[in-house]
Design a binder for this molecule. Structure first.
Ligand code: ZN
Length: 169
């Protein structure tokens, strides 16, 4: 069973620790503040990113060929592995392909570790409290592409990730 509450709690705690009060969430600053190095490289195909520990240093690798919003989601996802699954990373490199696929974002996905990492990433990049403030008591029409795009831009996430997140709220 994926521990989604733990994932959400850890993300919320980091947002408090780094005093994040408005969108977009500065994921780079958070990662650096935690002493993790981000390396960008043009990986082949669907490889989004990886997380590993080398000579005691925590490193996140990101596919520089992907869009900025996808890179942000990847960084948040890999950060989750450091926060939630560090003992696994100390044993071996964790590699992610197609992190944003709907099947891994969905709670019905099969890999608990990936579900937890995606839940953490969604909460970190689109914190519930900031979304509610941004919505200002209104309902966002999920069919309204323009509204979704403008919200996604504010949070620097993909429209798909935002749509999915709002459905979960
Ligand atoms: Zn992963």
């Amino acid at each position: 069973m994926a521990n989604k509450n733990a994932a959400r709690d850890q993300a919320t705690e980091l947002l408090t620790q780094f005093n994040v009060r408005s969108a977009p969430v500065p994921v780079d600053r958070i990662v650096r503040g935690l002493g993790i190095t981000v390396q960008y490289a043009p990986f082949d195909g669907d490889l989004s990113g990886m997380a590993f520990v080398k000579d005691g240093k925590k490193i996140i690798g990101v596919n520089s060929l992907h869009s900025a919003t996808r890179q942000r989601f990847t960084i948040a996802h890999e950060l989750a592995h450091f926060v939630l699954h560090l003992e696994r990373l100390e044993a071996k490199v964790h590699v992610d392909k197609g992190v944003l696929r709907r099947d891994t974002l969905a709670s019905e996905g099969t890999d608990d570790v990936e579900i937890e990492a995606n839940n953490f990433a969604a909460e970190l990049l689109m914190p519930r409290s900031l979304l509610i403030t941004a919505l200002g008591g209104k309902n966002l029409d999920l069919e309204d592409d323009e509204a979704i795009a403008s919200f996604a831009k504010k949070f620097k996430v993909s429209p798909m990730a935002l749509q999915y997140r709002i459905q979960q709220l």
